[in-house]
Design a protein around this ligand. Structure first.
Ligand code: FES
Ligand code: FES
Length: 179
């Protein structure tokens, strides 16, 4: 008797996902969204689900280093890409907050925290692409996600502080190489 669930259930398929540097084989329905597979199959519950319509941005993850709304993507569409969730931010995988997360804490950029993983991944992707971003550019980018608590100002301050610190560290490294 064939016990392979993919062969015996026409509505199931095998999807291989690269998440936070690890390969995962998941047997799932083709209609499952990436956020559902991340949360329910892989137990990466740091990624939140709000509207499920692409509006709130709570489900933002990085796909090939670009911020993507994981509720708008089928898990199967993410095959062959590198996915990063908020769990990838902690330093050395040991649960220590990274510089961006620390900036959010220091600038009170969260209250209930529901939106925070989405903002963190949005900022992580944006700063990687545009490390020299101005405060105005940061303000424009964070407008794509919804926060009902903070009023956004502290989120902008946190991302700007992190970007400034990263630029400072980068300049210091360049200087020490020259001497
Ligand atoms: S849950 Fe994906 S955008 Fe709201
Ligand atoms: S901190 Fe509550 S929704 Fe943003």
């Amino acid at each position: 008797m064939n016990t392979d669930p993919v062969a015996t259930h026409a509505d199931l398929q095998l999807v291989t996902l690269d998440v936070n540097g690890e390969q995962h084989d998941v047997i799932t329905e083709p209609r499952r969204t990436l956020v559902d597979v991340l949360r329910h199959e892989l137990r990466l519950t740091g990624t939140h689900v709000g509207c499920e319509h692409g509006i709130c941005g709570a489900c933002t993850v990085l796909v090939d280093e670009r911020p993507v709304r994981a509720c708008l993507m089928f898990a199967a569409q993410a095959e062959g890409t590198c996915i990063r969730t908020v769990e990838s931010l902690s330093e050395d995988g040991g649960g220590e907050l990274n510089d961006l997360q620390r900036a959010f804490t220091e600038h009170h950029a969260l209250q209930c925290g529901f939106c925070t993983p989405g903002f963190l991944m949005l900022a992580e992707g944006f700063l990687a692409e545009r490390p020299e971003a101005t405060k105005e550019e940061i303000r424009e980018v964070v407008a794509s996600n919804l926060c009902r608590c903070t009023g956004y100002q502290t989120i902008v301050e946190a991302i700007d502080a992190c970007a400034t610190a990263r630029r400072g560290a980068c300049a210091q490294r360049c200087e020490s190489k020259e001497h």
